[in-house]
Structures are given as structure tokens and as C-alpha cells.
Design a protein around this ligand. Structure first.
Ligand SMILES: Cc1ncc(COP(=O)(O)O)c(C=O)c1O
Length: 358
């Protein structure tokens, strides 16, 4: 027997891990810096690490209380009801829950190109079809109301990423509102705010309180440094939020993830250090790298370097792992995650050495 027809499905290409690259180069992982997956340069919130240690003994039980506590805590934070918070295994898991709740077989979703690959993957897993709207380098990869609405053709979900991966552009709340108003009643506008903590624009969660056709994705992977735990959530409209109870995997987030998430939400110092260093690093990189870049509101910067694969390979030889954006359809671009001050300065020096030697 065979699986169903998966020929339209693509594999997710993740940034490579330090250990993997160290093995390939035959070097000590400590010699390498990884700026390829938009992770937190400061590691996890120390309070989250302490909570994981403290609650490790509890993992023989299902995470009923911690799941409820984290849901309520997030509901308080965003001024929504607990039903509106859909905890999941990362932002990716939250995207899957929205697909499960919204898509019937054959429904279309509209996704940005370039853009985050998982929107299309999730739609296909749920028997959906994918159409794309194009973001152009010439307009700074702007996610404009006109651009999105002119590509829109009645799709069931429209994805907006703010800040956008891999370009760093944002879509302000008033633009999201115009897009939601310009689409059919039965179209959901999903605003993916995985990098929301790093942006200067407001979250679009306010719109979820006012409308029944906007949902938001948030994650603990970036600003809170908990990517390895797989914890994220969707904030969904009140009128249909009870769908979660019908579609979620039982205990959608694990005990240690929920405990760590609760602790991380109280760790202001870790988030502040992370966000202020990211803001410094993206300016520093844009000012000092000898290549054009686009203004980014995420924890990364996209640079036009010519042959991205060659540049990324040569940087790897110098111990700096960045993201070759060929898989995003941007063969001329690399995406560099903001590091600590020391890592960022080292990356800038290495990038300039490589570019100047080409
Ligand atoms: C735009 C965007 N959305 C969502 C995610 C998913 O993150 P996670 O599943 O780790 O929460 C990522 C991860 O890099 C991302 O770049």
C-alpha cells in the first residue's frame, strides 16, 4: 500500500544545527555561531529553565492544571477569554489547528511569496489548495492592502506575516483591518506574529476582540527562547473559539512547556535584554554589512549578496552559519539572525570578508 498522493507536498527546510555543521567541518561546536534559524541569542529564559527543573518530577501526569493556568494567563494578558487561546506545539501547531478548524477538502488558502513555508504545508496536510500573492523586493516586500486584495479570490484563509519572515516587513493593524474588511465574510485573515515582540507596530490582537474573521499566531520560540519546547498559540474570535475543544489534540502542550511558558511570561529581564539587543543588532548589521538590506522589524536581517549559496557556504567555513534564502525563492539573499553583540560583530566582519573576496 502507499500513502495518499503527496506529490504536491514539500519538505520543510530547517536551518542547520551547530552540532551537525561542526561534525561536517570537523570543528568544535563552540567555535561556531548559528544565526540561521531566528533563535534567541541569549538562550532560554532562566526562569523557564528553573521551572522545567522544578516540575520535571511531574511528567508522569497529564498536564491538566498547567495547560489551564497558561491559557488563563495568556487570556488575561491579551484581554480575551480563555476559550480564545488555542495552545499548541509551537506556532506551527497553532497553524495546524486553524487549518483543522477552518478548511474543508479543496478549500484554498492565500499565502505570501516569499514567505514562511509552513502555511502551504499545513493547508495541504488538511486537503487544502494553495495560491500565492507576491511580495516584491522593489517595494521593500511591502504587504500592501491593494497587493493582497488584488491577489485575493475568495480563499478561505489569507495569511499575513508581521513581521514577515524572511524579509522583516510589517503589516500595520489598520492595513490588516482593511484586508479583513475587503475579503468575504467566510474568509479568515491570519496574522502570524511569531516575531511580534521585536516590532515597533502594535499587535493585531485588538482586531480579534472586535471581529470574527481575524486570528493571530504567537510563539514562545523567539523572544522567550523556548524553541526546543514547541510552545505557541492562536488567539481566535470569541464567536467560534469553542471549535478548539472539537479539533485539538488532547493536552496540546506538555507539562514542562506550559510551566516554562508561565515562568517565561514573568521574566521581564530576559525579554527586555533580548528585544533591546535585537534592535541594536539589526541596526548594526544594516549599517555595517557591505550589502544592501531591507528594513527589518524581526530578529533577523535579509541581505542581497549575489550568490547566496556561495556566500553562505563560505561563511560556514569561517564558522558563521546563516540562512541561504534560495529555498524562499530568493537566490541572491541571505538571512542573518541577530546574535549577541559579540556574535553580531563577528558575523558582520565575516560577511564583509567573504563579500570583499568574491
Ligand atoms: C513566520 C513564522 N511563523 C511561525 C513560526 C513557527 O515557529 P514555532 O513553531 O517555533 O513557534 C516561525 C518559525 O521560524 C516563523 O518564522
Amino acid at each position: 500500500m502507499n500513502p495518499r498522493d503527496l506529490s504536491a507536498h514539500t519538505e520543510y527546510v530547517a536551518g542547520r544545527g551547530i552540532e551537525e555543521v561542526a561534525r561536517e567541518l570537523g570543528t568544535d561546536p563552540a567555535e561556531l555561531i548559528k544565526l540561521a534559524s531566528n533563535e534567541n541569542a541569549f538562550g532560554p529564559s532562566p526562569k523557564a529553565v528553573a521551572a522545567i527543573r522544578e516540575h520535571a518530577e511531574n511528567v508522569s501526569s497529564y498536564p491538566k492544571t498547567s495547560h489551564t493556568d497558561l491559557t488563563e494567563r495568556l487570556a488575561d494578558r491579551w484581554n480575551v477569554t480563555a476559550e480564545q487561546i488555542w495552545l499548541a506545539a509551537g506556532g506551527d501547531g497553532a497553524l495546524d489547528y486553524l487549518s483543522r478548524a477552518i478548511l474543508s477538502p479543496g478549500d484554498d488558502v492565500l499565502v505570501p511569496r516569499p514567505g514562511f513555508a509552513y502555511y502551504a504545508m499545513s493547508a495541504r496536510y488538511h486537503h487544502g489548495e494553495v495560491t500565492e500573492y507576491t511580495l516584491s523586493a522593489d517595494t521593500g516586500f511591502e504587504q500592501s492592502v491593494d497587493g493582497i486584495l488584488s491577489a485575493y479570490d475568495g480563499e478561505r484563509i489569507v495569511y499575513i506575516t508581521s513581521p514577515h519572515n524572511p524579509t522583516g516587513s510589517v503589516c500595520p493593524v489598520d492595513a490588516v483591518e482593511q484586508i479583513a474588511a475587503g475579503t468575504d465574510e467566510q474568509t479568515l485573515v491570519v496574522v502570524d506574529e511569531a516575531y511580534g515582540e521585536f516590532a515597533d507596530v502594535d499587535s493585531a490582537i485588538g482586531l480579534v476582540r472586535e471581529r470574527d474573521d481575524v486570528a493571530i499566531i504567537r510563539t514562545f520560540s523567539k523572544a522567550y527562547g523556548l524553541a526546543g519546547l514547541r510552545l505557541g498559540y492562536a488567539v481566535t474570535p470569541e464567536s467560534w473559539a469553542d471549535a478548539y475543544a472539537r479539533i485539538n489534540t488532547p493536552f496540546a502542550a506538555g507539562e514542562l512547556s506550559c510551566r516554562a511558558g508561565l515562568a517565561a511570561l514573568d521574566d521581564d529581564e530576559h525579554v527586555e535584554t533580548t528585544v533591546s539587543t535585537v534592535r541594536w543588532a539589526r541596526e548594526y548589521m544594516a549599517d555595517h554589512v557591505d550589502a544592501p538590506s531591507w528594513k527589518s522589524q524581526g530578529n533577523f536581517v535579509l541581505f542581497a549578496v549575489g550568490d547566496a549559496t556561495t556566500v553562505a557556504e563560505q561563511l560556514k567555513e569561517r564558522g558563521v552559519i546563516v540562512r541561504d534564502c534560495t529555498s524562499f525563492g530568493l537566490e541572491e539573499c541571505i538571512r542573518v539572525t541577530c546574535g549577541t553583540e559579540e556574535e553580531t560583530e563577528r558575523a558582520v566582519t565575516a560577511i564583509n570578508e567573504v563579500l570583499n573576496a568574491l
